[in-house]
Design a protein around this ligand. Structure first.
Ligand code: ADP
Ligand code: MG
Length: 281
């Protein structure tokens, strides 16, 4: 066996729960369930841009997969399969073992199989493509909101940014707050159960990874969604059953796409300095 495939076998081939054809051939083979569409998404994590080079590899493995599952969740899709393309500056077996443990921990919890990928030498970059299933025609798109719909967000966006500010020494959080914010930064929980439950309830949805205001500051993986006023009570019950805060933060009104006004409790408009993270601005 070539050293490259031996490395892949050692770290990235594990027993699969489904019956897809996994790593080893030229392609993986998957069979989507009848009546479902495939939802497909890729996210790339680049060292120095998306994570600090000394990030704990186990948490990095988790996050690499979790950020992709968050996109599937925001579409209302159930995660099924993933591929992993890796570029590595060198082979460090302890680092790779920890990375793959974190990756497979997340894969196991969310029920996905790693079915293939690519492994090359180069600057540290991790790219996952995730495949999910959603009943045909039921996916939650970004475009479905109506005038008058409420705007909701899951969880507590802002914690990851606070965690990063603490890590970088820009502020000091209390110990309890710190743990929670670092976990939000390094071990985000994709809102898969929420996304599935929002099918037929939400009119539109998006995940808010690059900042809440840009998508309607930073690196939380929550779901921002719109729903008619009539869904209020069922969303309250859903929040209780998922043990996940769901907060109504605004309303849609007719206007230009992407035009967001921030209104305070007294009804005054607030200036918005940073709308979110843009890699090219
Ligand atoms: P090819 O030369 O056809 O690109 P590779 O030698 O790159 O094939 O990969 C061999 C097999 O290992 C393929 O099935 C591929 O999907 C799988 N593979 C490669 N890298 C990874 C990885 N990081 N995780 C999971 N599977 C991988
Ligand atoms: Mg290859």
């Amino acid at each position: 066996m070539s050293p490259e495939f031996e490395l892949i076998r050692r770290h990235f081939v594990r027993p699969m729960r489904g019956d897809a054809l996994g790593p080893g051939d030229d392609c993986a083979l998957v069979a989507p369930s009848p009546g479902c569409e495939l939802a497909v998404t890729s996210d790339m994590l680049v060292s120095g841009t998306h994570f600090l080079p000394d990030t704990d590899p186990r948490r990095l493995g988790w996050k690499t997969l979790a950020v992709n599952l968050s996109d599937l969740a925001a579409m209302g899709a159930t995660p099924r399969w993933v591929t992993l393309a890796l570029s590595l500056p060198q082979v460090d077996d302890d680092w790779l073992a920890a990375l793959s443990d974190g990756f497979f921990e997340c894969a196991y919890i969310y029920g996905v199989d790693l079915i293939g990928g690519d492994t090359t030498r180069g600057p540290l970059t991790l790219c996952v493509t995730a495949f999910g299933e959603v009943a045909t025609g039921k996916a939650l798109r970004r475009s479905g909101a109506h005038d008058g719909d409420d705007i909701w967000v899951s969880g507590q966006p802002g914690r990851a940014a606070l965690g990063l500010a603490d890590v970088l020494g820009r502020l000091r959080l209390t110990d309890a707050r710190r743990d929670e914010c670092i976990a939000a930064l390094e071990k985000p929980l994709p809102r898969v159960a929420l996304g599935c439950a929002l099918q037929g309830v939400a009119s539109a949805a998006i995940d808010v990874s690059d900042g809440l205001l840009a998508d309607l500051g930073g690196d939380d993986y929550e779901v921002l969604f719109c729903a008619p006023r009539s869904a209020h009570d069922s969303l309250r019950r859903l929040s209780e059953s998922l043990l996940l805060p769901l907060t109504r933060i605004g309303a849609m009104c007719a206007g230009c796409a992407g035009d967001v006004s921030l209104i305070d409790a007294q009804g005054c408009e607030l200036p918005v300095a940073h709308r979110g993270y843009d890699h090219f601005s």
